[in-house]
Design a protein around this ligand. Structure first.
Ligand SMILES: Cc1ncc(COP(=O)(O)O)c(C=O)c1O
Length: 396
């Protein structure tokens, strides 16, 4: 057998319908693809960032950076967090994806438990399981705007040995933001139970008007924590593959972890150097950055509203209004439809209406589908219309 046992846990929930979609496209069918959260396909990466990339190339900055990343960029990351962390706490990775691979490899032994707040970004599970870890899932409360009942969480994990607690805010796939109160309680729970808190903040700046995001770093003073973030979403440059780990804290465990993260970074030598220079400029030029993010946020909010309003007009679907990112995770009332579950729903919607979404099951949310809302408003309206028609045609 050529494959390792651990590789059996590696799969791609988000891409499950890709083969079918390719086949449909080859047969000439026009699709509206709302399955991948790739903003750079719909909002071109800002010119000032592209120019910084080109400039780095022209100046032949095509060498390896230090394993943990360019000092300028790490310093700039520390600045983003008001210098409550230092450049030495920052490790530049090839996206959060690589950060997850490093952290799980560095922390997880076979049969270690780790707490994952659900619905979740699908790769959290295979990265954990392929190291032998066991996901302990705690559900956010959909009836309460996808918030977390922290009292219930406390009781749920009482006496459990857990390596870490992992969540994303704003969330993929719900687009909701955890309140400052909830984040502070999560920090307390992590502290009381001696588990590492890992906060995935990749959408931190993609928030809608009036919605406030709280970073774990602003409430967890004195408590070790890890923040994951990067260039993909807020710098609108998914293809650069630049992310970072912030590992904050000075206890023995955290010192050991930082040193081990560095070792993992050394194994793969360096993240993409010219892309690091571009990310540096992306963050440094606050004026350009703010203009780009503001533009994206208001455009995305309007697009999300078109889809959410259409969904909430339906009798068989409802959705919690997101506060950031670009996802919707509507719940489907299958008792009213001649469709059995979210897998059949997303597959049939693709086949019959050419709209590609993803079954919620892959995000820990069976009975839901995830819709990525990044297309131009008229395309979003078209897709909403197709989804509505599809539902009408399948009412029992
Ligand atoms: C919550 C979350 N974390 C991480 C990532 C991946 O980030 P990166 O492009 O930095 O690997 C995504 C991508 O969609 C995401 O939704």
């Amino acid at each position: 057998m050529i494959l390792s046992e651990r590789s059996t846990h590696v799969n791609g929930a988000i891409n499950e319908l890709d083969a079918l979609a390719d086949k449909l496209e080859r047969s000439g069918k026009q699709l509206i693809k709302m399955n991948i959260g790739d903003p750079s396909k719909y909002f071109p990466t800002p010119d000032y960032i592209i120019n910084a990339y080109i400039d780095a190339l022209k100046k032949h900055k095509t060498y390896y950076s230090s394993p943990n990343g360019l000092y300028e960029l790490r310093k700039q990351v520390a600045k983003k967090y008001n210098d409550i962390i230092s450049a030495d706490d920052v490790f530049i990775t090839q996206g959060i994806s690589e950060a997850l691979m490093i952290l799980n490899s560095a922390m997880i032994n076979p049969r270690d438990n780790a707490l994952i707040i659900s619905p979740y970004f699908p790769p959290y599970i295979p990265f954990l399981k392929s190291n032998g870890g066991i996901p302990i899932i705690f559900e956010q409360d959909e009836n309460n705007g996808w918030s977390i009942d922290t009292d219930m969480l406390r009781r749920y994990i009482h006496n459990m040995r857990l390596k870490y607690m992992l969540f994303a805010t704003p969330s993929n796939p719900t687009g909701t933001i955890l309140s400052k109160k909830v984040i502070a309680e999560l920090a307390d729970i992590a502290n009381d139970n001696d588990l590492m808190i890992i906060s995935d903040e990749i959408y931190d700046e993609l928030t809608y008007k009036g919605k406030k995001f709280t970073s774990i770093s602003s409430v967890a003073s004195g408590i070790p924590y890890i923040v994951l973030n990067g260039a993909s979403k807020t710098l609108d440059s998914t293809g650069f593959r630049i992310g970072y780990i912030i590992a904050n804290g000075d206890n023995e465990d955290m010192r050991a972890l930082k040193s081990k993260i560095y070792d993992y970074c050394s194994l793969r030598l360096s993240a993409n150097t010219p892309a690091q220079y571009a990310a540096y400029e992306g963050m440094r030029n606050a004026k350009e950055h703010k203009a780009a993010v503001d533009f994206m946020n208001s455009a995305i909010q309007a697009r999300v509203k078109i889809m959410a309003d259409a969904i909430n007009r339906l009798d068989v679907m409802s959705v919690v209004m997101p506060s950031g990112a670009f996802y919707l995770l509507p719940k489907i009332d299958f008792s009213k439809l001649d469709i059995k579950d979210d897998y059949e729903f997303s597959r049939s919607l693709l086949l019959e209406k050419g709209v590609q979404t993803v079954a919620g099951s892959g995000f820990g949310a069976p009975g839901h589908i995830r819709i990525v809302v990044l297309h131009e408003p008229d395309v979003v309206a078209q897709a909403a219309d197709k989804i509505s028609k599809f539902c009408f045609e399948h009412v029992k």
